[in-house]
Design a protein around this ligand. Structure first.
Ligand SMILES: *Cc1c(COP(=O)(O)O)cnc(C)c1O
Length: 468
């Protein structure tokens, strides 16, 4: 009893702790929060003493350590940076595309200043935010007109609402796609006020199906949707975009192509087999839609390109206001398209393309580098360079597996599950996959300048820290 009194009396006082010079580290934290946290820490120690769990003096160091942990946690944003070591390039849960340096700089420039968002510098009067990027999108894609909206789901919605409200949209049963997060083409269709006219069967649709469905009074659009996240294989038949365009011309019905991924130029020599935007326009589609943050490698957005007469109708639709993009998105989108003006720059500048196109040799080399850093920085685990299968992800190229390399981590007295959990709780969380009961750190989605942060996460896992 006597001893407990002694320990309680020895507890640092709130005022004492508040005088600790190291609190300057938390200069931006409101005073009230610091005081409250100090009380909380001291109280935790008090409880430990009272319960008999604690039998020795509490020193200032311990108090400060606990305090700084609590304060860091409180200051932590909910939207946090993580390290993607999954090898899935367009990881939807981790924010899809990383932006290029150019896009990043453009955002920074615009974020804390006024800008020409809706201001025409030449005329000194109101301008249109649509004009900011329509020029560069037209230049890169060769389209007649362009507009950007919030995302590709919004693009689909506004196109259908503006061009097919109360009318029929003919689409193959094999293309009634669901994209992640319960975005289903049939649901979007009914929300937009358009009437779904499904044709063909899941595995087979023929030109004659579209012809049979055509009604001069009712048909507003022939819609083709790229099956971005699945493939129908085996006994199949579908109508190519070229054939649909022919039909569209014959019946004067616009052909709309939702291609999802937004790949600008062909990457088949890198093992990626996806349709490109220029192919779609060359085939003669009247309107083409795609995401900004999939294979284009830019910010979240939906890009609508095609014939001017249709884009003009879309621009005037009330949803254009509801779906319009923010200035930061416009800044990033303009810069992203900027990298495509010279095709060679795109693969160099845009992380999504760079990661997809990285050679197996380079990946192996980088895995070796990462292994060395791990071994030096946190011995105690076993590290092995391993071959692995990476993915484009984001509902793109579901059948194109990319051969990759990673570093597996075993040992250290931790199960793969426990290690994975601790890595996720590091100061900068390292998100990994477990493969054959081993934690695997894939290097494709990890840049060189993140290797040290990854090693720090491994070190903190080793030390048993679970920060959050
Ligand atoms: C991804 C995708 C969408 C949805 O795009 P978001 O930008 O995520 O809204 C729509 N259609 C297709 C074919 C897609 O692949």
């Amino acid at each position: 009893m006597e001893e407990r009194h002694e320990l309680l009396r020895g507890l640092p006082k709130v005022d004492e702790v508040l005088l600790d010079e190291r609190l300057f580290l938390f200069a931006s934290t409101p005073r009230d929060i610091i005081v409250e946290s100090v009380r909380e820490v001291i109280d935790t120690f008090r409880q430990e003493i009272l319960s008999g769990e604690r039998t020795c003096q509490v020193n200032n160091e311990e108090v400060f350590d606990k305090l700084s942990k609590i304060l860091k946690e409180r200051a932590r944003m909910n939207l946090r940076r993580v390290l993607n070591a999954t090898g899935v390039v367009l990881h939807t849960n981790l924010g899809r595309s990383r932006l290029s340096r150019q896009a990043y700089n453009a955002i920074c420039e615009i974020a804390d200043s006024y800008s020409t968002l809706e201001y025409d510098l030449k005329l000194g009067e109101r301008g249109s935010r649509h004009d900011i990027i329509s020029g560069i999108i037209k230049k890169v894609t060769g389209a007649q007109a362009a507009i950007a909206v919030n995302n590709n789901a919004a693009a689909t919605m506004i196109v259908l609402a503006a061009l097919a409200r109360g009318k029929e949209v003919v689409i193959s049963r094999g293309e009634l796609v669901e994209v992640g997060g319960a975005f289903r083409i049939p649901d979007v269709m009914s929300e937009s006020g358009a009437i779904l006219k499904e044709v063909g069967a899941t595995n087979k649709t023929r030109t004659s199906d579209y012809i049979a469905a055509y009604d001069p009074e009712k048909t507003a659009i022939f819609l083709k949707v790229h099956t971005s996240n699945y493939r129908i294989v085996g006994f199949t038949e579908d109508v190519s975009l070229n054939e649909m365009v022919e039909l569209g011309k014959k019946y004067s019905v616009p052909v709309v192509y939702d291609m999802g991924n937004g790949l600008i130029s062909d990457l088949s020599r890198y093992g990626l087999h996806e349709p490109t935007v220029s192919e779609a326009l060359k085939a003669g589609a009247d309107i083409v839609l795609f995401s900004g943050d999939k294979l284009l490698g830019g910010p979240q957005a939906g890009v609508i390109i095609g014939k001017k007469k249709y884009i003009d109708i879309i621009k005037k639709h009330p949803l254009a206001r509801a779906f319009r993009v923010d200035k930061l998105t416009l800044a990033a989108l303009e810069a992203t398209f900027g990298s495509y003006i010279d095709g060679n720059n795109a693969i160099k500048d845009i992380p999504t393309l760079r990661m997809i196109c990285e050679s197996v040799q380079s990946l192996k080399l980088r895995a070796g580098k990462l292994k060395e850093i791990f071994e030096e920085y946190c011995p105690g685990f076993n590290y092995e360079i391993e071959e692995c299968i990476d993915q484009v992800g984001g509902g793109s190229a579901p059948t194109d597996d990319l051969k990759g390399y990673g570093v597996s981590i075993t040992g250290g007295g931790l199960s793969a599950q426990k290690l994975e959990r601790r890595l996720r709780k590091a100061e900068t969380p390292l998100i990994v996959r477990i493969n054959h009961d081993r934690v695997l750190v894939n290097v494709r989605t990890l840049s060189d300048d993140e290797f040290l942060l990854a090693a720090q996460a491994v070190k903190s896992a080793q030390e048993g820290e679970e920060n959050a």
